[in-house]
Design a protein around this ligand. Structure first.
Ligand code: SF4
Length: 165
């Protein structure tokens, strides 16, 4: 099965590997789960966009700063709870931009917590991201998903009923 890894899968890879498999198989999550709808979660978990934004695919980022040499794209989040997932997702997009010939740095902003985290694309991150992408493909090509592992995210997950039926 050939799978095109996108930023959403990178995000979920850092939350739940079982979910990555379920998403790759287009298994439809619980439509009655009003909490979360796959694909919308990350969007709602972020703030509304500002006027200056950059978009690629269905993803949009705020442009924080732009000079001749560098673009800085920002993602403003409501909480740093899933900061590792957000970091790798942003690194994924920085790499997509780089492949399109745009050098950019990233920043994750958590205004309610008065925190910010710089995210850069360096050789180390690229290597780790490539491993993540390889592993995502490996997960998606398995016959069956990872077993259910109870994590805090399960209570908000659209697959909750599927996993705990
Ligand atoms: S309910 Fe929990 S185990 Fe199942 S896909 Fe969601 S996060 Fe993963």
């Amino acid at each position: 099965m050939s799978i095109e890894v996108n930023g959403t899968l990178v995000w979920f890879y850092n939350i739940c590997k079982r979910e990555v498999w379920l998403m790759s198989r287009n298994i439809v999550p619980d439509q009655h789960n009003e909490n979360i709808e796959i694909g919308r979660f990350i969007h709602e978990y972020s703030y509304k966009r500002k006027e200056k934004e950059i978009s690629f695919g269905n993803v949009k980022f705020d442009v924080m700063f732009k000079s001749k040499e560098k673009l800085v794209i920002g993602e403003t989040k409501k909480s740093s709870k899933y900061k590792e997932a957000s970091k790798w997702q942003l690194i994924f997009y920085l790499k997509v931009l780089k492949e399109a010939g745009i050098n950019a740095d990233g920043v994750l902003l958590y205004p309610e917590e008065k925190k910010r985290e710089e995210v850069i694309l360096n050789d180390e991150n690229i290597k780790k991201l490539e491993e993540i992408i390889k592993d995502i493909k490996k997960i998606c090509n398995k016959e069956s998903p990872e077993p259910v592992k109870k994590i805090g995210f399960c209570k908000n997950c659209a697959y909750k009923e599927y996993c705990y039926a």
